[in-house]
Design a protein around this ligand. Sequence first.
Ligand code: NAP
Length: 283
Amino acid sequence: MTKTVLITGCSTGLGRLAARHFAARGWNVVATMRRPETTLADEFPDRVAVTALDVADPDSIRSAIEAGTDRFGGIDTVVNNAGVTMLSIFEATPEHAARRIFETNLFGAMNVIRAALPALRTRGGGTIVNVSSGVGYAAVPLLSLYVASKHALEGLSESLSYELESQNVRIKLVEPGAMRDTAFTASGMAASQEAPVPDGYRAYFDHALTAMLDYPFASTEESAVADTIWRAANDASRRLRYPVGPDVEEYARLRWTTSEDDYLAAMSRLTGQDAWRNATGAR
Ligand code: NAP
């Protein structure tokens, strides 16, 4: 039987690429986006249905699941891909910006999972792929709210992976590394305008941002992430985490295979925190 996947955030970037990746491999795809346009469906008229879905709007989620079920007979896999970020100093970040990040990255994913579970259970089970990030388990500076939202998504996913085993539903976490020069980076930089850097943080902000741009890792390939989402969706094992990209593979090694002290020391070197301490005499 042809499988059907519903993907959130297909207007750009990874979601769009993942929709193409699944369709090219013979899956039916419910490609959802806030403002639907038809070019994706035109590429695969028999296999892709483009549907409106805002992860902050439960009615739109229900309608998209119904539309996908009507068109393809059911939903087997859900990919929670929609996400937003923001580069900022926490103290200067307005509450509404913090809420927007959590409403999308955490509560949005929860809304989709809650609405999709009855459809998956009707099929006798299924798979939920949550697109997290390497910073879902390893924190870096200047992204505190994004990091917090992805850590929360990881905790939710790990806990649910136990609970949903009883329903034959697998949970997967795909953890991409930094994909440079994408729409995601641009919208994260644009959002940072909402949180002007306070004078007292300016020198630190500039230092940490320069260090971030100098991280010694190649950019993660979007196509490798789309392929990892596809592999995770097809992996019937109980494996939970799928890091992808040179930076997150190193974060994963440090986080999961070294001591807490070694992990923190290595992250301090990578993020330029050591250099900051040396330069300023900070303790
Ligand atoms: P992107 O090109 O900016 O795409 C983000 C998508 O999320 C867009 O389609 C956007 O739709 C959608 N979206 C935002 N808010 C939404 C909402 N309320 N409801 C529905 N859709 C919404 O970024 P990307 O790189 O493909 O990111 C996809 C995922 O990968 C995210 O979860 C992100 O955290 C994760 N990730 C990205 C990177 C990276 O470096 N790019 C690294 C690690 C993890 P609109 O067009 O309507 O805004």
